[in-house]
Design a protein around this ligand. Sequence first.
Ligand code: ACO
Length: 335
Amino acid sequence: MYNSKISGLGYYVPDNIVTNNDLSKIMDTTDEWIQERTGIKERRWIDPKTDDTTSTMAVKASKIAIERSGLKKNDIDFIIFATLSPDMYFPGGGVRVQDMLEMPTIGALDVRNQCSGFVYALSVADQFIKTGMYKNILVIGSENHSGGLDKSTRGRGVTVIFGDGAGAAVLSRCEQKGKGILSSHLYSEGKHARELMMDGPHTGRWIPEILKENDPNDESYYPYMNGPFVFKHAVTRFSEAIVDGLEANNLKSENIDVLIPHQANLRIAQFIQRKFKLSDDKVYNNIMNYGNTTAASIIIALTEAWEKGKIKENDLVVLAAFGAGFTWGSVIIRW
Ligand code: ACO
């Protein structure tokens, strides 16, 4: 069995900054409400006049990650793409990246696990590398939320939270024992699927039917979130996933050098930080600047933290996520 380690990281966010005050001009909300409840100050939303899409942002992030890995794009032998907002209903984003990066006909897998998408994707990549099947896997998280949000007051409980962006990692075979991904833990509890979802269109009620009904109160094609319910489960499940990861490696919370929590809400991240008694320099948050970018959030934060020199050789890095499904999980990395 081999180990896998991250050999390259990259991220890309659209240039267009949308502040809380900008949102207060299009819906009934305030900078104060958003900052107090979520910690978010601004987010990036794709300017439709640009060529940014979920896949093109993924390509931009991937190019940086591949270059930093020291590999050539033809060294990559598999793509895993996590998103809830693909450019098309099908096919998924992986094949778009394979095409746009002009890669050989390598396999491309899409992961549909929302905010846990990157943790799931990284875990899948790790398994492929461990068995020796692949040597270098491009793992991507990318989201274009702004294209599908209800930007009226009706959608404010969800819309103010989400931002656009992409991140990518190259996961490579590593022959050093005790380095790279030490373990991953993945979970789901589908009975709560309807607490955080986008219901329509679905195959039981397709677009012509929605158009025919022409119901101005139809919100089914916008994301729905039972915020307080999600919050309550998130704090519990985040913690459980971290504890499971640490215990599996005979580690304690004191051993954590850097925690990168999925950027769901700054209050959730702060709760986790307090629970594990971690100092500020051990938890990396950037939700203030980007909002919640779902499958992209962990990989954007990981890349930023690494770029700022906050992750050093041999550090114990913990990634933890919770999101729609519900799904959640953790990845423990010895850097
Ligand atoms: N501006 C002003 N007021 C607002 C806004 C807004 N943007 N949004 C909602 N409100 C109002 C509500 O209408 C409500 O008003 P009412 O009391 O008159 O009915 C009031 O504020 C309180 O609403 P709550 O939903 O109870 O507010 P809460 O304090 O729970 O904060 C939030 C909402 C920020 C969404 C929080 O519940 C949360 O962060 N939940 C978890 C989010 C999360 O972790 N998601 C998982 C990842 S996402 C994914 O996987 C896709």
